[in-house]
Ligand binder design. Structure first.
Ligand code: ADP
Ligand code: MG
Length: 497
């Protein structure tokens, strides 16, 4: 591994490398909670989705939701991770108003998923693998609400007991850019797997961001030896749910730590909060104040024992994942890496693209999708589910372009018409008068006319070949924009060169 420019942060006297590890909390996509049958619906009336188990009523017993287990296993397989056939739930004890049980059921010692990897690109577009340490399942807590009343706080337990996957990376992320890429890729994989909706605004995906800095020479030794002891002391920035703020927080935090180190001070291991208004991190609690959670195996639950065949069956049934799709689109549908990246960024757009590009023309399909359809959706502030065009319409349009029946300008007009009023592209060609003239003799006639009418320009072309474009333009104009530009070009070149 080499150190890339984007991974380095300049100090006053020497250079440092960002060292980042992420603990991502991803809400499991499931209709009911991890240990109760209460609904997980977002935005419901406060405290309407709370079972006796979630409310921590005495004598209530948790029952594992096997679908959540399956979702965690799927996610593990999606990041090429080891699945642990035996795992176990532990109690993490602490007191908080939004935690009625007085403990959170989690997996400290024996998580369901072990080591895996996620591939990302560095800012320099170099491929990179980030190691995942583990994924464990745990319950989410409720929500305390302090801003509804000047003197009273409220608690909403709807979120209490919803299943979370905590996905813990190794400290192998080395720039704010990579941190964002990592989260995006992880989110994309989970969206393809339908194990987490990845909605950061609704809090379905949030991250604790661990940051330290390492003097560049030390980091060189770290690369050689892999000795994590060479890394600096980290701070943990809690509960971030915006990619932009994550980037800003890492930059601020790294600079803060460098300043400390350069003035001979030490970085204290602590938990901090990011304040986006001031663009700074502030201490929340130090290591000394860290809770003693008195973890112990949850006596209400048996170990989870999975069968190898069951795991293998899930593995065989996994959908195609974004990385595979990305490569297949480049290789089989003949599009550029850039276009492929844009198209696979959502499962629904990738599926739509595949439907319109198979057995037509991948490049034309990608252009139409990205420049026309995405362009239009963006402009009108719509998302892909509002797409008014059908696969049939797009396939027809692609065929019309491919067979030169319409020009790219004509295609835009037809697309525009479909966007606004719908319609059948083949019928629209004549209805809108967009059929390209491909009759060579007709076009040649126009070229001859233009040449005859402009003797001065013909002379100039000899010394300035760039003027050929002017002739092409004139011919196009005379044909009322209907002549096939490829044919005009060919004839004009033949006559004037
Ligand atoms: P703990 O159990 O104390 O929370 P972990 O080893 O589980 O510590 O690490 C928690 C997170 O901190 C992981 O995502 C890990 O990658 C990250 N981390 C560990 N060491 C460092 C470091 N020196 N700099 C940045 N992140 C780190
Ligand atoms: Mg931790």
């Amino acid at each position: 591994m080499d150190i890339n420019k984007s991974q380095v942060i300049r100090g006053a006297n020497s250079d440092f490398v960002f060292v980042i590890g992420l603990e991502v909390h991803a809400q499991v996509k499931s209709k009911s909670k991890l240990f109760s049958s209460a609904s997980t619906e977002f935005g419901a009336e406060p405290n309407s989705n709370v079972s006796f188990v979630d409310a921590g009523m005495p004598g209530m017993l948790p029952v594992v939701n096997s679908f959540c287990i399956e979702q965690a296993v799927k996610t593990g397989l999606g990041i090429n991770a080891e699945i642990n056939l035996t795992s176990r739930f532990d109690r993490k004890n602490y007191f908080y108003p939004d935690l009625p049980q007085g403990y959170q059921i989690s997996q400290l010692y024996e998580p369901i998923v072990g080591k895996g990897t996620i591939s990302i690109q560095t800012e320099e577009k170099l491929p990179k693998e980030v190691g995942i340490e583990r994924i464990h399942l745990e319950q989410d807590a409720g929500k305390s609400i302090h801003d509804m009343d000047p003197s009273t706080s409220f608690v909403d337990l709807n979120r209490t007991g919803i299943a979370l996957m905590e996905i813990v990376s190794k400290p192998e992320i080395n720039s704010p850019f990579e941190a964002v890429e990592y989260i995006k890729k992880l989110r994309l994989i989970m969206r393809y797997l339908e194990t987490c909706d990845g909605n950061m605004q609704e809090g379905s995906l949030r991250a604790d961001v661990n940051v330290s800095v390492c003097e560049i020479n030390k980091f060189q030794s770290f690369i050689k030896t892999g000795d994590f002891g060479l890394l600096g002391t980290r701070c943990e920035i809690k509960n971030m749910n915006s990619l932009k703020f994550i980037q800003q927080a890492i930059n601020f935090e790294a600079r803060r730590q460098i300043k400390l180190l350069e003035t001979g001070k030490e970085v204290a291991q602590e938990t901090r909060l990011y304040d986006p208004n001031k663009n700074e991190t502030r201490p929340l609690r130090s290591k000394e104040d860290a809770h003693d959670y008195r973890y112990f195996p949850c006596p209400d639950l048996l170990n989870i024992e999975l069968e190898r065949e069951w795991v293998n069956k899930i593995k065989d049934d996994l959908p195609e994942l974004p990385d595979q799709k990305y490569l297949r689109f480049i290789n089989d549908l003949n599009i550029t890496p850039y276009d492929s990246e844009v198209i696979i960024a959502e499962k629904s757009t990738a599926e739509f693209f595949e439907a319109i590009a198979t057995n037509t023309d991948g490049k034309i399909a990608a252009n139409l999708l990205i420049n026309e359809l995405f362009g239009r959706l963006n402009k009108d502030n719509l998302s892909f589910k509002d797409n008014p065009t059908t696969v049939e319409q797009m396939r027809e349009l692609i065929n019309l372009i491919q067979t030169d029946e319409i020009s790219s300008k004509g295609a835009k007009e037809i697309f525009d018409h479909i966007w606004n009023f719908g319609g059948n592209p083949t019928e629209l060609v004549d209805k809108l008068g967009l059929r390209q003239v491909q009759d060579t003799s007709l076009i040649e006639q126009i070229v001859n006319d233009v040449i005859k009418e402009n003797p001065a320009q013909v002379n100039k072309v000899k010394s300035n070949p760039k003027l050929i474009g002017w002739f092409v333009g004139q011919v196009m104009k005379k044909s009322e924009g209907k002549a096939d530009p490829k044919i005009i070009n060919q004839i004009v070149n033949e006559k004037l060169n």
